[in-house]
Write a protein that binds this ligand. Structure first.
Ligand code: RFL
Ligand code: PHB
Length: 392
């Protein structure tokens, strides 16, 4: 088989890239290790920046998001006995959109099915061949699907296969450098068919640890509490979760909290990670394959989308304008924005969580940071600009 671009990974990065390329008449084949239902069953991100919203419009998959997504113009932050609101629209003229990653992925799969783009599910033994630093040779990707060996020759490979994929590992070890910070806690998240406690998100720094009140729609809530990384989800009954959440959010909100059975419950570890560079010859990494952020700033999916934006624009310039300069500088361009999202996510995480080793001084520093944020317009503007998304 031959194609222009092989996309490894059918998560949001891979699917968005495939759809954008399709709109420009560039052919891609998508390889996904799991089934479509498995990918759609993963509950992940909930907040979309202005950049991904524009990309979904460009990819012509915005119809459902436009009717079923919710514009959020601000967020609540709480600590000690204080809580305050940061208005995104006042500071940036942009809201964010609450619309689940599951829905984005579903819209992209539906669009791909309609366009007849080739997608292999349940693939195994994916291997990348013929990549070299200069990108002289045309690369090949081999894999098995339905028990049959497949071999695709292509112009370019997009590694959109997440943190545990093969793409990053296919860059020779002496040609990449990784930067990593693992946090000493995780997030226990639940989804419940109850009305959200508030119409905006609440990020809470509490004595018992961080909590986040989020949502998917008016009758579907998503809540998280900070927990030790080695906690077992089986030890967290719904009752234990609800009482822990109620103890961490301001009392007036806790009094209004509507509880119910959880329909999903899982623990996610928190990590910051970056691989440099994000390209090797004709192989380009996008999204979680190249970088991970702790979810506190809602930047994972959004930063994956900014990589897709740069790679899509570079491939478009190459194929339609015969200009390969953007492909050559893809890694540097993408990384410059990635590091800013890393900084913001690290800062949000550091400011809002209780770390096991914190001493009295550290706690005062955290409180001073939050007091400054509560009372300073410039600090609020900086948070708002980062939260709605830095420009591409
Ligand atoms: P994904 O979503 O991991 O998709 C990669 C896909 O590649 C497949 N794959 C392979 N396919 C073929 N061959 C192989 N060898 C393969 N190896 C893997 C996988 O099956 C998978 O389908 O990466 P992608 O597309 O880069 O997307 C990244 C986002 O999913 C991720 O950054 C976000 O979910 C992070 N995140 C959030 N991001 C936000 O922007 N806003 C949020 O509010 C937000 N909340 C979250 C989050 C992540 C969370 N968890 C569970 C990590 C909340 C949580 C709890
Ligand atoms: C979510 O709704 O899942 C969500 C929202 C904001 C975050 C992280 C996760 O910062």
């Amino acid at each position: 088989m031959q194609t222009q671009v092989v996309i490894i990974g059918g998560g949001p990065s891979g699917l968005l890239l495939a759809q954008l390329l399709h709109v420009r008449g560039i052919e891609a084949v998508v390889l996904e290790r799991k089934t479509r239902d498995y990918v759609l069953g993963r509950i992940r991100a909930g907040v979309l920046e202005r950049g991904i919203i524009a990309l979904l419009q460009e990819a012509q998959v915005e119809t459902r998001m436009a009717t079923q997504g919710f514009a959020h113009h601000g967020t609540v932050i709480s600590y000690d006995d204080q809580h305050f609101r940061i208005d995104f629209t006042d500071h940036t003229d942009h809201p964010v959109m609450v619309y689940g990653q599951t829905e984005v992925t579903r819209d992209l799969y539906d669009a791909r099915e309609k366009t007849g783009g080739q997608t292999f599910f349940d693939v195994e033994e994916v291997q990348i061949h013929n990549t070299d630093l200069d990108g002289t040779a045309r690369p090949r990707v081999t894999f098995t699907a339905d028990g049959t060996s497949q071999d695709i020759t292509c112009d370019y490979i997009a590694g959109c296969d997440g943190f545990h994929g093969v793409s990053r590992q296919s860059i020779p070890e002496d040609r990449r450098k990784t930067y990593e910070k693992v946090y000493p806690f995780g997030w226990l998240g639940i989804l419940s068919e109850t009305p959200p406690v508030h119409h905006e998100l609440i990020y809470a720094n509490a004595e018992r640890g961080f909590a986040l009140c989020s949502m998917r729609n008016d009758h579907l809530s998503r809540y998280y509490v900070q927990c030790p990384s080695d906690d077992d989800v089986a030890d967290w009954s719904d009752d234990r979760f609800w009482s822990e959440l109620a103890a961490r959010i301001p009392p007036d909100f806790a009094a209004r909290l509507q509880t119910g059975p959880s329909i999903e419950k899982s623990i996610a570890p928190l990590r910051s990670f970056v691989c440099e560079p994000m390209q090797y010859g004709r192989l380009f990494l996008c999204g979680d394959a190249a970088h991970i952020v702790p979810p506190t700033g809602a930047k994972g999916l959004n930063t994956a989308a900014s990589d897709v934006h740069y790679l899509y624009r570079a491939l478009w310039a190459h194929y339609l304008d015969d200009d390969s300069t953007k492909l050559a500088t893809y890694s540097a361009t993408a990384l410059s924005r990635v590091w800013k999202a890393e900084r913001f996510s690290w800062w949000m995480t550091s400011t809002l969580h209780r770390f096991p080793q914190m001493n009295a001084f550290d706690l005062r520093m955290q409180r001073a940071e939050l007091e400054f944020l509560r009372s300073n317009t410039a600090a609020q503007a900086a948070l708002a600009q980062n939260y709605v998304g830095l420009p591409y």
